[in-house]
Design a protein around this ligand. Structure first.
Ligand code: PLP
Length: 390
């Protein structure tokens, strides 16, 4: 690279990533092939519109790559193109969710989504997000005692509020989600069911988390978390008499975006193919084993794990109560000084402010990509305990 300044920072960032013990639950490390497609000549191409219906010339190859990405996305989740459609153009998870609401929820309508403090995402109707400005959030949380979802309480809330759409799928909820129960709740109030599987998409693809597809109307996902692709997102919509795919496509373009990032789409296609190979199944199984061990070992060291453990790649540790008696801010800073990268996180019913909450969130997806196994995570747990209990 001729640009010495940028080349230097890329070198520094690569070294930082190699050095770090990365426990950020939403991050991962992509393959050289994913990276190479992302840095390919597709970056030069404008392709506003959809395959065979573009507003620019010269799109014969762009059409092929977009159709390939669509085909692979459906195949990865064993979806028939007769029953499901996928839009591979969303630039990231937040615009994907925004496109869904734009397509399906009238202005001022109600989005029933999990509140931020319990593990919901900003784009599930949170006040500071555009999704909470244009629409109104009907917030839900977890059960105060168990810290698990309480589906009966959700059904009562849904019947009382009659939301337009219910969002299932979270940013910091460590337990398996019962999509069948969410379907029943959506049916009880006539709402669409959107499953945002951003965090767990890789787990679903690898068969270690139940699939939302038998139950959801729409499924969104980022491609850069457990799915191990570039930063991007997908929107799957069910094909039936409601015409959902056409509404979604119109909302993505021209509703929300201009030209799709064709290099990103090429890279997504590579990642989807990687996730369809047998080693990916072994990878996600190891991700789960590692998370379970990490939770158990931290519990042995006296830490309180939210909800009592984890079924997925992530866990929330209450470092304030029953932990080390420090807040999440100090905990994450101390860990960073020791080379362990985590994020501070609110816990359900947190009594501390979001800037210095009671918890930290840990995930095993990135370090499992680097080859770490149970014995390594036992050591990581011991290191975390030593650093936080000083
Ligand atoms: C990460 C995430 C998003 C947003 O993705 P960005 O690519 O950061 O915009 C949306 N929903 C959930 C549940 C997520 O975890």
């Amino acid at each position: 690279m001729k640009d010495k300044d940028v080349a230097q920072y890329i070198k520094e960032e690569r070294a930082r990533q190699r050095r770090a013990c990365n426990l950020i639950a939403s991050e991962n490390y992509v393959s050289a092939d994913v990276l190479s497609a992302l840095g390919s000549v597709f970056v030069n191409k404008y392709a506003e519109g959809y395959p065979a219906a573009r507003y620019y010339g010269g799109n014969e190859v762009a059409d092929k790559i977009e159709l390939l990405a669509e085909e692979r996305a459906l195949a990865l989740f064993t979806l028939s193109p007769k029953k499901w459609s996928v839009n591979v153009q969303p630039l990231s998870g937040s615009p994907a969710n925004l496109a869904v609401y734009l397509a399906l929820v009238p202005k001022g309508g109600k989005i029933m989504g999990m509140e931020l403090a319990s593990g919901g995402h900003l784009t599930h109707g949170q006040r500071v997000s555009v999704t909470g400005i244009i629409w109104r959030q009907i917030p839900y949380g977890v059960d105060k005692k168990t810290e698990w979802l309480n589906y009966d309480a959700l059904e009562q809330l849904a019947k009382k509020e009659s939301p337009d759409i219910i969002v299932a799928g979270f940013t910091a909820y460590p337990r398996k989600i019962n999509f069948k129960k969410f379907r029943k709740i959506a049916d009880a109030c006539g709402a669409y069911l959107l499953v945002d599987m951003s965090h767990i998409a890789g787990l679903v693809a690898g068969g270690v988390h139940p699939s939302p597809f038998p139950y959801a109307d729409i499924v969104t996902t980022t491609t850069h978390k457990t799915l191990r692709g570039p930063r991007a997102a997908l929107i799957f919509s069910k094909k039936d008499s409601r015409n959902l795919p056409a509404k979604i496509n119109k909302a993505v373009f021209p509703g929300l975006q201009g030209g799709p990032h064709m290099n990103q789409i090429a890279s997504v296609a590579v990642a989807l193919n990687e996730a369809a190979q047998p080693p990916f199944k072994a990878y996600v199984r190891q991700v789960i084993k590692n998370a379970r061990i990490l939770a158990q070992e931290l519990q042995k060291n006296g830490f309180r794990i939210i909800s009592g453990g984890t079924d997925t790649h992530l866990l929330l540790v209450d470092v304030w109560r029953g932990g080390s008696g420090i807040g999440g801010k100090e905990a994450s800073e101390r860990l960073e000084t020791a080379g362990i990268i985590v994020n501070k996180n609110t816990i359900p019913f947190d009594t501390r402010p979001p800037k210095d909450p009671s918890g930290i969130r840990l995930g095993t997806a990135a370090e499992t990509t680097c080859g770490k196994k149970e014995k390594d995570f036992k050591q990581i747990a011991a290191r975390i305990a030593r650093i936080l209990k000083r």
